[in-house]
Design a protein around this ligand. Structure first.
Ligand code: PEP
Length: 252
């Protein structure tokens, strides 16, 4: 599985105004050097910046995606939502689904997340399916059970390594500065890989497995070198080009 191309992905969440486009420009510039032959880079700005972000990054190696899509792939009476078709129309290539903040604040369950992933496939987008245990699940030793179920239920049957990326994001590590140790990440990622192979056969080897949760320039190298970690999903540290690029260059 070491031939899987790593992906360094940024999730801007509800951050970013037109002034932040300078950071997108700088990231695009920084990821267009020789390392781009080995490593992919993606930024998911808020949907208000999606179209201008893709326009700014034409002819660069930076991919642009969205942070969520509606379960319905195209159109409908869903005030405030955006569809996978709209993301594709803005030249987005990826969409995050099932981020823990969506699961919590918008009560999205595994079934909803799986339906959103299918909507993404319908429009040719790659879904980044997020899973992760809470602090109390972690503390009570239920991590593996929780992840096993989330992984199974949040992924459609027609998921492939092309249309789906999995992000393991322990909720207690998001925005807290705390991370699991490399051995813990290794255990979880190896278990996810086994689950995927059990369900999808050899195709299970092809899914990219990202780690997310307080990835910073200072810990990126250690976390990114864990077996079956095929990249990072970065929140806070993706907002500043210098931090994003420093994490990206951990692959050098
Ligand atoms: C995230 O929410 O996807 C995330 C990983 O956030 P942070 O890097 O800020 O912990």
């Amino acid at each position: 599985t070491s031939d899987i191309r790593p992906l360094v992905a940024g999730n801007w969440k509800m951050n970013g105004t037109r002034a932040s486009l300078d950071q997108i420009r700088a990231i695009a510039h920084g990821v267009s050097g020789p390392l781009s032959r080995k490593v992919d880079a993606l930024v998911c700005p808020p949907s208000t910046l999606l179209y201008v972000a893709t326009t700014l990054t034409v002819d660069t190696r930076l991919l642009i995606g969205a942070q969520d899509c509606h379960q319905k792939a195209r159109t409908g009476a869903h005030t405030g939502d955006i569809s996978a078709e709209m993301i594709r129309d803005c030249f987005g290539t990826h969409v995050i689904v099932g981020h823990s903040e969506r699961r919590k604040e918008h009560r999205e369950n595994n079934k909803v997340v799986s339906t959103k992933a299918r909507a993404a496939y319908d429009q040719g987008l790659t879904a980044i399916v997020c899973i992760g245990e809470t602090r109390s699940e972690h503390a009570s030793g239920r991590t593996m059970d929780v992840l096993h179920r989330q992984l199974f239920e949040s992924m459609p049957d027609d998921a492939t390594g092309e249309n789906t990326i999995i992000a393991y994001e322990p909720i207690w590590a998001i925005g807290t500065g705390q991370t699991p140790g490399p051995e813990q990440v290794a255990d979880v990622h190896a278990a996810m890989r086994r689950d995927l192979i059990e369900r999808f056969g050899d195709a299970g080897e092809r899914f990219r497995l990202l780690y997310g949760g307080s990835v910073k320039p200072g810990n990126a190298k250690e976390l990114m070198s864990v077996p079956h970690v095929n990249g990072a999903l970065i929140g806070g540290a993706s907002l500043k080009a210098a931090d994003f690029l420093s994490i990206y260059h951990a692959y050098e």
